[in-house]
Design a protein around this ligand. Structure first.
Ligand code: AR6
Length: 168
């Protein structure tokens, strides 16, 4: 298996050093993967998020990982999809770039991503997947393992296909 892994599952169960959370700019928790991560990690993560206070769209902040197997959680608010001409692609790319940067700065060698912005925030899955994987391919030499955790079978198929296209 290569450094880039694509799987279907629950990111809270992933055995990696850094788990990325598709957060909101208030770092206030919410539904989707954000809710799942905070539930699984426990209150120490929200305590730290409150102290940090917020994070701009496309940026990324790091906290403890509470009860997760991971060492750290990297929280990055993705863009809300507004049709694609409001800077969404650049902002989504920044989410991946800045998450990888936080991981590298903190010496974290393995990292798992959810499909940022493609749930509640409505970003089209195929376009988001391309950005996610392009950024992973660029930095893969800095990491032992990069995992893309898809929640649905349909997303998993899209990730596998796009990865095949981009890595051939
Ligand atoms: N493991 C992996 N992926 C998951 C999990 C899980 N346990 N649960 C959901 N997903 P979303 P967004 C997938 O909506 O679009 C929150 O309220 C989900 O199927 O979680 O960036 C935040 O607080 C989808 O493929 O994130 C923000 O307010 C992907 O994770 C807002 O939602 C992302 O969907 C962020 O919206």
């Amino acid at each position: 298996m290569g450094k880039i892994n694509i799987k279907q599952g629950d990111i809270t169960q992933e055995n990696v050093e850094a788990v990325v959370n598709a957060a909101n700019t208030h770092l206030a928790g919410g539904g989707g993967v954000d809710g799942a991560i905070h539930r699984a990690a426990g209150p120490s993560v929200m305590d730290e998020c409150r102290k940090i206070g917020g994070c701009k769209t496309g940026e990324a902040v790091i906290t403890n990982a509470g009860n997760l197997k991971a060492k750290k959680i990297i929280h990055t608010p993705g863009p809300v999809w507004r049709g694609g001409t409001s800077g969404e692609p650049e902002l989504l790319r920044d989410c991946y770039k800045n998450s990888f940067a936080r991981a590298k700065e903190n010496g974290l060698k393995s990292i798992a991503f959810p499909a940022i912005s493609t749930g509640i925030y409505g970003y089209p899955v195929e376009e988001a997947t391309r950005i996610a994987i392009e950024e992973g391919i660029k930095v893969q030499d800095n990491f032992e393992k990069i995992v893309y955790v898809c929640f649905s079978e349909k997303d998993h198929e899209v990730y596998e296909r796009v990865y095949g296209e981009l890595s051939s």
